[in-house]
Design a protein around this ligand. Structure first.
Ligand SMILES: NC(=O)c1ccc[n+]([C@@H]2O[C@H](COP(=O)([O-])OP(=O)(O)OC[C@H]3O[C@@H](n4cnc5c(N)ncnc54)[C@H](O)[C@@H]3O)[C@@H](O)[C@H]2O)c1
Length: 310
C-alpha cells in the first residue's frame, strides 16, 4: 500500500483518538519525567501566568520542574496567583515564588520586578514576556482605541521586557555567582505575526512587531551574552482559545481542530512551555534573534487538506 493510501485509510475518528492520547501523554509530562536541572540557579520572570490552561502557567511549572532558583510570576488578573504559588511551593519546595498582580505593559511594574529580582537575588537570568490578549473583530469594527490597546498589551509589554530585563541581566554580582553579563529574553509572538489568516489585523500586527523586536534587539545588545528570541505558537488550547474548542466538541467536530497543519492536530500549553524552557536554558546558548514557530508545521506548509494531495 502506498504512503498516500495508508494515510487515506486513517479515519478522522482514529486520528482524533491518537491525538487525544498523545495530548494526554504530553500534559502529564511533569508528573512522569524526573526533575531536571536545566534552570538551576536561574532567576526568572514569567508574565501572563494567571490562566489555568495558559502557556504562562505551564511554563512557570516547567521552569520549577527544571530547578529555577526564584520565579517572579506576574498577571493582571490576580484570581489564580495564590493557587499557582502554593502549587509550585508544595511540589517544588526548593523553588522560591513571588507573585505580582500588575499590567505587563506598565513600565513601572516591569522595571520594578526586574529591580526586585536584583535586590533579592542579585541577578536576573530569564524574562519570558508571555502576557497577551487576542481580539477577533473584523476590520470594519476595529477602532483606533482597540488597535492601540492590542499594540500596548502585546507589543509594548515585550519592548519593556527587553528594555528593563536586559539592563538587569547586564548587572553582575559575584557573591551570587553572576560574574558576567548574560541572560535569555523570550517573547510570545504568534504564527499570526508570521502569516495572515491566523488572527485579526491588530492582533497580527502586534505579533509581527514582537517578532521584529526579537530580531532587532540582539543587534542592540551585541556582546552582552543576552539572547532574545520569540516563540510563535500555532493553535494551542488555552484560556484564549478554549471557547472554540468547547464549541467544536459540542458540535461533535473536535476531530477537525488543527487538521490544516501537517501534524493534523492542535497543541497544548505544555508544548510551548517546553520550547520556552529550551530558549531559557543554556541548551540554546547560540540561538539568538529567531522567530521560533511551534505550530505543528502550519507555517511551513500550504494548508493540508486531509485525504487530498498536491
Ligand atoms: N493560545 C493560542 O493558540 C496562542 C497562539 C499564538 C500565540 N498565543 C500567545 O500566547 C500568549 C499566552 O496566551 P495563552 O494562549 O496562554 O492565553 P491565556 O488567555 O490562557 O493566558 C494569557 C494570560 O495573560 C494575562 N494577561 C493579559 N493581558 C495582560 C496584561 N496586560 N498584563 C498581565 N497579564 C495579562 C491574562 O490574564 C492571562 O492569564 C499570548 O501572548 C498569546 O497571544 C497564543
Amino acid at each position: 500500500m502506498s504512503g498516500y493510501a495508508k494515510v487515506k485509510g486513517i479515519s478522522n475518528a482514529d486520528h482524533y483518538a491518537t491525538t487525544t492520547a498523545r495530548i494526554q501523554q504530553i500534559q502529564s509530562q511533569l508528573e512522569t519525567k524526573p526533575r531536571g536541572g536545566k534552570l538551576r540557579n536561574k532567576v526568572c520572570v514569567v508574565t501572563g501566568v494567571g490562566s489555568l490552561l495558559g502557556i504562562g502557567r505551564a511554563s512557570a511549572l516547567t521552569f520549577a520542574h527544571e530547578g529555577a532558583k526564584h520565579l517572579y510570576l506576574l498577571d493582571y488578573d490576580p484570581t489564580n496567583l495564590p493557587e499557582l504559588k502554593s502549587t509550585i511551593e508544595k511540589k517544588y519546595p526548593d523553588v522560591k515564588v513571588t507573585t505580582l498582580q500588575a499590567d505587563a505593559a506598565d513600565e513601572k511594574a516591569i522595571a520594578g520586578i526586574c529591580e526586585q529580582a536584583l535586590r533579592e537575588e542579585g541577578r536576573l537570568d530569564v524574562f519570558f514576556a508571555n502576557a497577551g490578549v487576542a481580539t477577533r473583530e473584523h476590520l470594519d469594527d476595529v477602532s483606533p482605541e482597540t488597535f492601540m490597546n492590542t499594540m500596548r498589551v502585546n507589543t509594548l509589554s515585550c519592548f519593556l521586557a527587553v528594555k528593563h530585563a536586559s539592563a538587569a541581566m547586564q548587572k553582575t554580582d559575584s557573591s551570587r555567582g553572576k560574574n558576567e553579563s548574560g541572560g535569555s529574553i523570550i517573547l510570545t509572538a504568534s504564527t499570526a505575526g508570521l502569516l495572515s489568516g491566523a488572527g485579526s489585523i491588530d492582533y497580527s500586527a502586534s505579533k509581527a512587531a514582537v517578532n521584529s523586536i526579537a530580531k532587532t534587539s540582539p543587534y542592540q545588545l551585541q556582546r552582552t551574552n543576552i539572547r532574545i528570541n520569540s516563540l510563535c505558537p500555532g493553535l494551542i488550547e488555552t484560556g484564549m482559545t478554549n471557547f472554540t474548542f468547547e464549541y467544536a466538541r459540542q458540535k461533535g467536530s473536535a476531530g477537525k481542530i488543527g487538521q490544516l497543519n501537517p501534524l493534523g492536530r492542535y497543541g497544548v500549553a505544555q508544548e510551548i512551555a517546553n520550547a520556552a524552557l529550551f530558549l531559557a536554558s543554556d541548551d540554546s546558548s547560540y540561538v539568538n534573534g529567531q522567530n521560533f514557530a511551534v505550530d505543528g508545521g502550519l507555517t511551513a506548509s500550504m494548508p493540508v487538506v486531509p485525504g487530498r494531495w498536491a
